[in-house]
Design a protein around this ligand. Structure first.
Ligand SMILES: Nc1ncnc2c1ncn2[C@@H]1O[C@H](COP(=O)(O)OP(=O)(O)OP(=O)(O)O)[C@@H](O)[C@H]1O
Ligand SMILES: O=C(O)c1ccc[n+]([C@@H]2O[C@H](COP(=O)([O-])O)[C@@H](O)[C@H]2O)c1
Length: 184
């Protein structure tokens, strides 16, 4: 399960998902678009339907990736443990793990029921430049992979200031943003 705001999805997310699916025991990567991260208050947060649509466009050609709107129908803010619990009930034959960027480990101890997430699901962590606190737990697995200094914040700022975002996003996602004049 790859949870995120995806405001917007970018090539960093796609590389993370692909490397995780390729280098771990994960059969599939499900992108969970979160309407509201409990820790983030972003004025530039697009409507969740736009963020989901961009994820769908970005992963359309990948057989092992799926997008889900499960959190759209749940209380806000979006608590990951509640979503994992719901999905585990809905798909009792699946084993779910969490994919996160290294930056999320900094405040992970403040996540709702984080001990339950660790004990019952476990984490695959993708390193992020400057944000890689150590975390000693048998269910936290660090994946060795290229660091990528790419963020949705950088992309939003570039669009806002009229700069190119080519190659930072799939073409279809860039087209979606430009056609609707998002983030300007
Ligand atoms: N370049 C990156 N390297 C490692 N992890 C990343 C990277 N970009 C995003 N992630 C991870 O992907 C998940 C979803 O991230 P999110 O949608 O917030 O993207 P973001 O680029 O961090 O956005 P923003 O700049 O708006 O905070 C999080 O677990 C985050 O840590
Ligand atoms: O459950 C929590 O307490 C919790 C606290 C902080 C973040 N999260 C989730 O972590 C995911 C990553 O968020 P983001 O905005 O960095 O993409 C997103 O799905 C959030 O809802 C979840």
């Amino acid at each position: 399960m790859f949870f995120g705001s995806f405001n917007p999805i970018h090539i960093g997310h796609l590389i993370i998902a692909n490397i995780m699916q390729d280098q771990t025991d994960l059969d599939e990567v499900w992108f969970v678009v979160s309407p509201q991260n409990p820790f983030k208050k972003q004025q530039s947060l697009l409507h969740e339907f736009d963020r989901l649509r961009m994820v769908e466009l970005a992963i359309a050609d990948h057989f092992h990736f799926r997008a889900t709107d499960v959190e759209f129908h749940m209380p806000r803010p979006s608590y990951t443990i509640d979503t994992l619990t719901l999905l585990s009930e809905k798909f009792p034959n699946h084993t779910f793990k969490l994919i996160v960027g290294g930056d999320n480990l900094t405040h992970f101890h403040k996540w709702k029921n984080h001990e339950v997430i660790l004990a019952e699901y476990g984490l695959y962590v993708y390193p992020r430049p400057g944000e890689n606190p150590s975390f000693d737990h048998p269910n936290v697995h660090f994946v060795e992979a290229p660091l990528m200094d790419i963020s949705a914040t950088f992309i939003r700022n570039a669009v806002k200031t009229g700069h190119s975002v080519k190659y930072l996003l799939p073409d279809a996602v860039e087209g979606y943003i430009m056609d609707r004049k998002l983030f300007v």
